[in-house]
Design a protein around this ligand. Structure first.
Ligand SMILES: [Zn+2]
Length: 260
């Protein structure tokens, strides 16, 4: 994972996706936008209390920096579901200028020049590319989505579209690390023992990034095709929004990907 600056926007980019010249992708940082206070400054989700005009302006700034038409920006509508939608022409702009009528935590498309964005502030953002069928995806996977195996279901959906798992690539973006993600027993026990460490007082430290890595790998996607940022959003709240570090009042990062 490397931190790049593109026209004033800081992006974490993954080596596994950077090698495809037809792709533009990245996980945003806090910098470069117009929002204020807890949302300072590139807050991208309209559902966390930030001024909607600021979010719309931030979308425009991000799209302009990356050379995208912001009117084609298409997003999730995150409700911790395992709903995954395939974006066809009629869905362009959904989640931004038109509303989904249900929770959608994963989006996939084979359309070019349609930037897909998912949101996070500690949860796990994942970007996908299938090089053989030219499909991209953006997925939000918090602990509930991880428990519902949305990453695995996304890979299976891309395979159903005709891709070979060996040609699927996935970048897992900055999320809260096992260093900081303290959960109660009823959350931890949803997952295999190897994914959490027990602390005193009935608390557990959970490794969401690793669980998602393994969910993708178990579908046949080679380990070398999957990257884990290794960056903890709570530890690095100076660079990233963190729901936990900011006591639930934070802006939202974006995982964005587009095929040229
Ligand atoms: Zn941490």
């Amino acid at each position: 994972m490397c931190l790049s600056e593109i026209n004033g926007i800081h992006l974490n980019q993954s080596e596994v996706l950077l090698k495809f010249k037809s792709l533009v992708h990245g996980f945003t940082a806090r910098t470069g936008g117009v929002s204020e206070g807890e949302y300072k400054s590139l807050s991208l989700s309209p559902h966390r209390g930030d001024d909607i005009e600021c979010v719309r302006e931030n979308e425009k700034i991000l799209c302009k920096a990356l050379g995208f038409d912001h009117k084609r920006l298409t997003s999730t509508c995150q409700e911790h579901t395992d709903n995954i939608k395939i974006i066809e022409k009629e869905h362009i702009g959904y989640g931004i200028s038109s509303l989904w009528d249900e929770g959608v935590d994963g989006i996939i498309t084979q359309l070019k020049e349609v930037p897909l964005i998912c949101y996070s502030a500690d949860c796990v953002p994942i970007l996908f590319f299938a090089s053989d069928i030219e499909a991209i995806g953006a997925v939000h996977s918090g602990w509930r989505g991880t428990d519902k195996r949305i990453a695995e279901k996304t890979v299976k959906k891309i395979i159903d579209m005709g891709a070979d798992a060996r040609n699927i690539y996935a970048a897992i973006g900055p999320c809260i690390g096992i260093c900081c993600y303290e959960v109660s027993e009823d959350v931890a026990k949803n997952f295999e023992r190897v994914y959490y460490k027990e602390k005193t007082g009935g608390k557990y430290m959970l490794d969401l990034g690793k669980i998602n890595f393994d969910l993708i790998n178990k579908c046949g996607v080679p380990k070398d095709n999957i990257s884990l940022s290794g960056i903890c959003t709570k530890c690095r709240n100076d660079i990233f929004f963190s729901h936990r570090a900011q006591n639930g009042k934070s802006g939202t990062l974006g995982g964005i990907i587009c095929m040229r």
